[in-house]
Write a protein that binds this ligand. Structure first.
Ligand code: 5GP
Length: 217
């Protein structure tokens, strides 16, 4: 008699925290957007920030834009999982949406810098998968920053200077993707996610699943 196999999709799993960091202009935002479009199992952690909204950005989608007083209140109430000062502005990750998503078995994507990644590693080492995206070269990074045309000359200049500092943290990450070609870099990020999802410890429902298989032998 044919045995009915247990439903694999029903295996309980814990979500993971996928961090993408890079110097501005290395392609991280494009990679994040693609991943969110193509993989409905991934939810973006929407950061709060004190920086001004840029043309094309949507409040509540790209960031939640708040003033310094509200930011300080969130820090005071311990409602941020991590926070950092970047380019004279403050950025932070609200804790509750992340915790809720992980508990529901959803993966959470973070577009945060190395300072935030270090804090997440201290708080949630087992849940963290940290990917650093590198540009193929400095002239290419400069070209990408200029072609954005969102920022003024001085900001671009400061970002280039900061890129060197950010890049020095590459070795603190679990994976490094060089963005020579966007399609290849995206395939690399997807491969990391696919492998990390299969990790035994991320599938707490596995023992029950295997027991179910064994019971039917
Ligand atoms: P931008 O202002 O260009 O959107 O972001 C500037 C930098 O801040 C980027 O490197 C981005 O990854 C980082 N960032 C954005 N949100 C957060 C956050 O919540 N926490 C930390 N630590 N960095 C963030």
């Amino acid at each position: 008699m044919a045995k009915t196999l247990p439903e694999t999709a029903a295996i309980a799993r814990r979500g993971l925290m996928l961090v993408l960091s890079s110097p501005s202009g290395a392609g991280k935002t494009t990679l994040s957007r693609r991943l969110l479009e193509q993989d409905k199992g991934v939810k973006l952690s929407v950061s709060v920030t004190t920086r001004k909204i840029r043309p094309g950005e949507v409040d509540g989608r790209d960031y939640t834009f708040i003033d310094r007083r509200r930011f300080d209140a969130l820090v005071e109430k311990d409602e941020l999982l991590e926070w950092a000062e970047v380019f004279d502005n403050y950025y932070g990750t609200p804790a509750k949406p992340v915790m809720d998503a992980l508990a529901q078995g959803r993966d959470v994507l973070f577009d945060i810098d190395w300072q935030g990644t270090q804090q997440l590693r201290e708080k949630a080492r087992g849940d963290l998968v940290a990917v650093f995206v590198l540009p193929p070269s400095i002239p290419e990074l400069e070209r990408r920053l200029k072609s954005r045309a969102q920022d003024d000359y001085e900001t671009i200049h400061r970002r280039m200077a900061k890129a060197a500092d950010e890049m020095s943290h590459w070795a603190e990450y679990d994976y490094v993707v060089i963005n020579r070609d966007l399609d290849q870099a995206f395939a690399d990020v997807k491969a990391v996610l696919a492998a990390e999802r299969l990790k035994r410890e991320r599938q707490p429902g596995l023992s029950d699943f295997v027991r179910g298989l064994q019971a039917k032998l």
